[in-house]
Design a protein around this ligand. Structure first.
Ligand code: G16
Length: 539
C-alpha cells in the first residue's frame, strides 16, 4: 500500500474538528457539510470489509432518506444486501473519528492487522446516491478513498436506497444458484414488473392509486418502473405526485411518508379525491404509508403496522392453502412504536408470534430471518417480508395435491420475487399491497376494518444532548438519566389503557416520544406531558 497516496487523498477530505461521529440507526447522518471526511473514511472501511469477505462487493449508499434537504448520510450495505454487521459499525465509528490523517492511516492499518485482512487482496465497492445535490461531493470523497486503497468500484449514480441493496446482492450472486436478479437498474424494474403480473394471477387492480414521492428519488424511479408494467394486463392506474427533483429544497417538505405518519394528515399540496387510494414514499423510497381522505370520514392512515398485518394475513392464508403450515414458521417483528391494537390483532386474530426489537431495520431484519417467513415493518412504513431459502425452495418444488394448492404455491413463489428480500422497499411493498387488495377485492376501507388503532401521537423533542437518553427493554424504558423513567411511569399511570416511551433518534438531532391511549385527547395529552419531562431532563 502506498502511504503517501493515502495521506494525500485523506488530506483532501478532512473531518470536522471537535465533532464526534457515530454510526447511527442508518449509518452516519447529519448536516451534509460535516460529511465529506466521513464519506472518505466510509470508503476505507467498505474496502476493508470487502477484502475481509474475499472480495465480495460491499454497497455504500449516500442518502439522508426522510431528513430535510440540507442533511445527508452515508451507510454501508453487506454483500447480501443487508445492513452492515454490527461489530463493523464500531470499526467504522473508530476509523471516522481518527483525529489526524496520520492517525487515520495508523488506525486503518491496525484494524487490517487485528481483523487479519490482507491489504494486497482484491476488494470491490458499489455505490449510489439519492437526489440531494450534496451527494456529488460525498461520492467523489468516497471514490478517492477507493482509488487510494486500490479497491475496484462501480458508481451506479442516482438510485433509491433499496435499488442499491438489490444491486449489491445481484453483483454477489450473479452466475450462482442464488442469483438474485440482473445486475442493472433495468433488471430491477423487469423483475418487479414480471413478479407483479405473476402475483396478480389474472386479477386486475381496481381504481386509481395516487403516489406522493416526497420530491425524492422515488419519483423518477417509479416513473421508470411504470413504463415496463403492462397497464392493460394489470389495470395498474397510477398518478405520480410530488416528483419534483429539480428543486432540492422541496425534498420531504410537507409531503412524503414521514410527514404523513407524524402529522397524521395528507400532504397539503394535493387534494386526494374521496375514492382514490393514496400512498406516500419517503425521500429515498424505503418507507410507505397508505391513506385516504374524504369529506365525511376525514383522513385515515394505514401505516407500517397495517401493511405488516395485511402481509402476514395474506401470506399466512396462502401458506395454509398450500398445505405448508406444519413445515414453515411464520412470525412478525415490530418495534415499540407498533400500535398496541396491531400487536393484539396479529397475536389473537392471526395467531402469529410477534417479536419486538429496537428501532432500525437492521434489528428487525435480523429477527425476521429467524422465521421461514418473517414479516417485519416499523410503524413508520419501513419493512419487508423475508423468506428462508427453504421456504423459497418449497414454493417452487412442492408437488401440489389440488388446483387450489397449485394456485397458492405459484402465488407464494411470485410474492417471493415481488417482495425485496434485501431491505424495506417502498415501491416493491406498494406493488405487494396492490396485489393483496386485488386478491381480496378490498378497498382501503375494507382493509381498515380489520382492527381499530389505539389513538397515538409521535412527538419530536429537541434537547441539548440527546445522547444522555439511554434505553433498555427494546427501547420501551429509559435507563438514563436517572429519574426520568419514574416520572414517565407516574404520568402513564394516570390513564386507563395507555403506554408511552422516549428514546434518542439515531438519524436526527432530537429525541422522540411516543404515546398511545384510549382516546385522541388522552394520547395527545400524555405525549405532551412526556415530551416536557424529556425537555426538562435534556436541558
Ligand atoms: C431510518 C431507519 C429506520 C428508522 C428511522 C428512524 O429510516 O432505517 O429503521 O425507523 O431511520 O430512526 P430514528 O428514530 O432512530 O431516527 P430512514 O427512512 O430515515 O432511512
Amino acid at each position: 500500500m502506498d502511504d503517501s497516496k493515502f495521506l494525500e487523498a485523506s488530506a483532501k477530505h478532512p473531518i470536522v474538528e471537535g465533532h464526534v461521529y457515530k454510526y447511527g440507526t442508518a449509518g452516519f447522518r447529519m448536516k451534509a457539510d460535516l460529511l465529506p471526511g466521513v464519506s472518505f473514511r466510509v470508503g476505507l472501511i467498505a474496502g476493508l470489509r470487502s477484502r475481509k469477505l474475499n472480495g465480495q462487493a460491499i454497497g455504500v449508499m449516500i442518502t439522508a432518506s426522510h431528513n430535510p434537504a440540507p442533511d445527508n448520510g452515508v451507510k454501508i450495505v453487506d454483500p447480501m444486501g443487508e445492513m452492515l454487521e454490527q461489530d463493523w459499525e464500531a470499526h467504522a465509528t473508530l476509523l471516522v473519528n481518527a483525529p489526524t490523517h496520520e492517525e487515520l492511516l495508523e488506525t486503518y492499518k491496525k484494524l487490517a492487522s487485528q481483523l487479519k485482512i490482507d491489504l494486497n487482496t482484491p476488494g470491490r465497492v458499489v455505490y449510489g446516491r439519492d437526489t440531494r445535490p450534496s451527494g456529488h461531493s460525498l461520492v467523489s470523497a468516497l471514490a478517492d478513498a477507493l482509488e487510494a486503497t486500490g479497491i475496484e468500484y462501480t458508481d451506479y449514480k442516482i438510485l433509491t436506497t433499496p435499488q442499491l441493496h438489490y444491486l449489491t446482492r445481484c453483483v454477489n450472486t450473479e452466475g450462482t444458484p442464488k442469483a438474485y436478479g440482473e445486475v442493472s437498474e433495468a433488471g430491477y424494474y423487469n423483475k418487479l414488473s414480471e413478479a407483479f403480473v405473476r402475483a396478480l394471477r389474472g386479477r386486475k387492480v381496481q381504481g386509481q392509486l395516487i403516489v406522493d414521492c416526497a420530491n425524492g428519488v422515488g419519483g423518477p424511479k417509479l416513473n421508470e418502473l411504470l413504463k415496463v408494467i403492462p397497464k392493460d394486463v394489470t389495470g395498474f392506474n397510477v398518478k405520480v405526485v410530488n416528483d419534483d427533483v429539480l428543486r432540492p429544497e422541496v425534498l420531504n417538505l410537507d409531503c412524503g411518508a414521514d410527514f404523513v405518519k407524524t402529522k397524521q394528515r395528507a400532504p397539503p399540496n394535493f387534494k386526494p379525491t374521496p375514492e382514490a387510494r393514496c400512498c406516500s414514499l419517503d425521500g429515498d423510497a424505503d418507507r410507505l404509508i397508505y391513506y385516504w381522505a374524504d369529506p365525511d370520514s376525514g383522513f385515515f392512515m394505514l401505516d407500517g403496522d397495517r401493511i405488516s398485518s395485511l402481509n402476514a394475513s395474506f401470506i399466512g392464508d396462502l401458506v395454509r392453502s398450500a398445505g405448508l403450515e406444519e413445515e414453515l414458521r411464520i412470525g412478525v417483528v415490530q418495534t415499540a412504536y407498533a400500535n398496541g391494537a396491531s400487536t393484539t390483532y396479529i397475536e389473537k386474530n392471526l395467531q402469529l408470534p410477534v417479536v419486538c426489537t429496537p428501532t432500525g431495520v437492521k434489528h428487525l431484519h435480523h429477527a425476521a430471518c429467524q422465521f421461514d417467513v418473517g414479516v417485519y415493518f416499523e410503524a413508520n412504513g419501513h419493512g419487508t417480508v423475508v423468506f428462508s431459502q427453504e421456504a423459497l425452495r418449497v414454493f417452487r418444488e412442492k408437488k401440489p395435491q389440488s388446483p387450489a394448492q397449485k394456485d397458492a404455491l405459484e402465488t407464494l413463489a411470485a410474492v417471493g420475487d415481488l417482495i425485496n428480500q434485501t431491505v424495506g422497499d417502498a415501491i416493491s411493498d406498494m406493488l405487494m399491497v396492490e396485489v393483496i387488495l386485488a386478491h381480496k377485492a378490498w378497498s382501503l376501507k375494507d382493509w381498515a376494518t380489520t382492527y381499530t388503532d389505539l389513538p397515538n401521537r409521535l412527538v419530536r423533542v429537541e434537547v441539548a444532548n440527546k445522547d444522555i437518553f439511554e434505553t433498555t427493554d427494546a427501547e420501551r424504558r429509559l435507563s438514563h438519566p436517572p429519574g426520568a423513567q419514574d416520572e414517565i411511569d407516574q404520568c402513564v399511570r394516570k390513564y386507563t389503557t395507555a403506554r408511552s416511551f422516549a428514546r434518542a433518534s439515531g438519524t436526527e438531532n432530537a429525541c422522540r416520544v411516543y404515546a398511545e391511549a384510549a382516546t385522541r385527547h388522552e394520547a395527545d395529552e400524555l405525549a405532551t406531558k412526556v415530551a416536557s419531562i424529556i425537555k426538562q431532563y435534556g436541558s
